[in-house]
Ligand binder design. Structure first.
Ligand code: GDP
Length: 441
């Protein structure tokens, strides 16, 4: 996710940090690079311009340049402003005080609407709610079957009636929700190839018959500025309440995620991060900013752990992450635990400083995680507990034992040290945005 952008920003900040004292010219040069990185990430040029103006106003001030850690201050300002750009706070899907809550999913064909409908139903079901899916995408022949199959997989009923028109299907959804005592009705509407008049009129007619509590636009993050244009066009015709941004897992650039809120005023409420039905995450601007800056996302990791591991495991994991005397032994134990959470490469991305470690040619790759594990397994317990004793000859032995190279062992030790530094800084700073506020390495 956002690999290309993250790498460029990290290079810029690395250069800045290596300087110690900064002049105004240094800061301007760094910001020029940030600007280029954002433009290359396909962020809307107006958004980039306004963003840079805000950062510059705050970053070029005398106080910052005189501070002891000017680079950190600049990075923190970039982090803050990235968060603001994406909407500051996490906006939830609002549930009606008088159920059922009616949620329309709208969007173009292929955006991931049907998949998002099933993901959303699963998400609510996990929270103890009783969702109902309505298959109202009557133009894409396979969409109804697809939704019915997905509904079966997650154990959520799907309302449909062959031959019925979309308005009738919305009404059918309401009838079924009463009959089956369902408190959330998720309507998968028809997509088209382009935004067109017929589509908008039909959606408006459906909402006249069955008013919406939420109308969420599903857009494909990988389409960058096209996604932003689609959002603008839909929002002109239909009062949208938010966006579900799909396929973020395949989005190396981040242009849509960083522009939609500013351009349309619509909050991104959820993001799709994979084809599987559990790959849906609430969108948290502060956590996303810290991921973009390569700072990881411990908070989401802990939440995932809470959903997927038993309580003891979770407590253990949270305790280890917060500990100042974090050792390679703990790291190894943690790797074994987080393996239960999904593909390791994805999890590593959320751990501060670890994304870089698992990267091969800029890509995070499960095989490189296996090599990290092999290195850890070739160390003695004492070495894992006190990595500082690992001298040259030990490094050679470990590299041989794990079938890796001394360079790889060095890299692991170095990244581990950085990770530990980050963790120390996080210690004693609880709260949901602790990463957002924390000093950078
Ligand atoms: P619809 O036409 O908008 O209903 O689109 P679909 O739900 O059928 O999705 C189109 C394709 O995108 C399918 O192959 C999905 O598996 C895939 N897809 C949907 N969401 C995601 C996502 O978050 N990540 C990835 N990698 N693929 C996704």
């Amino acid at each position: 996710m956002f690999d290309a952008l993250t790498e460029k920003l990290q290079n810029t900040f690395k250069k800045m940090r290596s300087k110690g004292r900064l002049t105004e010219a240094d800061v301007r040069e760094a910001l020029r690079e940030v600007r280029l990185a954002l433009l290359e990430a396909d962020v809307n040029f107006k958004v980039v311009k306004e963003f840079l103006t805000r950062v510059e106003e705050r970053a070029v001030g005398q106080d910052i340049l005189k501070s002891l850690t000017p680079a950190q201050s600049v990075i923190r300002i970039v982090n803050d402003e990235l968060t603001t750009l994406m909407g500051s706070t996490h906006e939830r899907v609002r549930l009606a005080s008088n159920p059922p809550t009616v949620i329309y999913l709208v969007g173009l064909q292929g955006a991931g609407k049907t998949t998002a409908a099933a993901k959303l139903a699963r998400y609510f079901k996990q929270q103890g709610r009783q969702p109902l899916l309505v298959a109202a995408d009557v133009y894409r022949p396979a969409a109804v079957d697809q939704l019915e199959t997905l509904g079966q997989q997650i154990g959520v009923p799907v309302a449909h009636e062959p031959g019925a028109d979309p308005v009738r299907l919305a009404q059918l959804g309401m009838e079924r929700s009463k009959k089956l005592a369902r408190d959330i009705v998720i309507i998968d509407t028809a997509g088209r190839l382009h935004v067109d008049e017929a589509l908008m009129t039909e959606l408006a007619r459906m909402q006249e018959a069955v008013p919406a509590h939420e109308t969420l636009l599903v857009v494909d993050a990988m389409t960058g500025q096209d996604a932003v244009r689609v959002a603008t066009a839909f929002h002109e015709r239909l009062p949208l309440t938010g966006v579900i941004l799909t396929k973020l897992d395949g989005d190396a650039r981040g242009g849509a995620a960083l522009s939609i809120r500013q351009v349309t005023g619509l909050p991104i409420k959820l993001v799709g991060t994979g084809e599987k039905l559990d790959a849906l995450e609430p969108f948290n601007p502060d956590r996303m900013a810290s991921r973009i800056l390569g700072m990881g996302d411990i908070q989401t990791l802990i939440e995932k752990a809470e959903q997927n591991l038993d309580q003891e495991d979770t407590k253990e994991l949270a305790k280890k992450i917060g500990r100042a005397d974090f050792t390679l032994d703990d790291f190894q134990a943690m790797l074994n635990q987080v393996k239960k959470l999904g593909p390791l490469s994805k999890i590593m991305e959320m751990m501060p400083g670890m994304g870089q470690l698992a990267k091969v040619k800029g890509q995070i790759d499960d095989r490189s995680v296996v090599r990290v594990e092999a290195i850890l397994n070739s160390m003695t317990k004492k070495e894992r507990q006190r990595p500082e004793i690992i001298d040259g000859s030990r490094r050679l032995r470990i590299a041989r034992g794990s079938g890796t190279s001394v360079q790889e062992v060095n890299r692991l030790l170095k990244q581990f040290e950085e990770m530990r530094k980050l963790m120390r800084q996080m210690k004693g700073k609880p709260g949901k945005s602790r990463l957002g506020r924390m000093p950078f390495p």
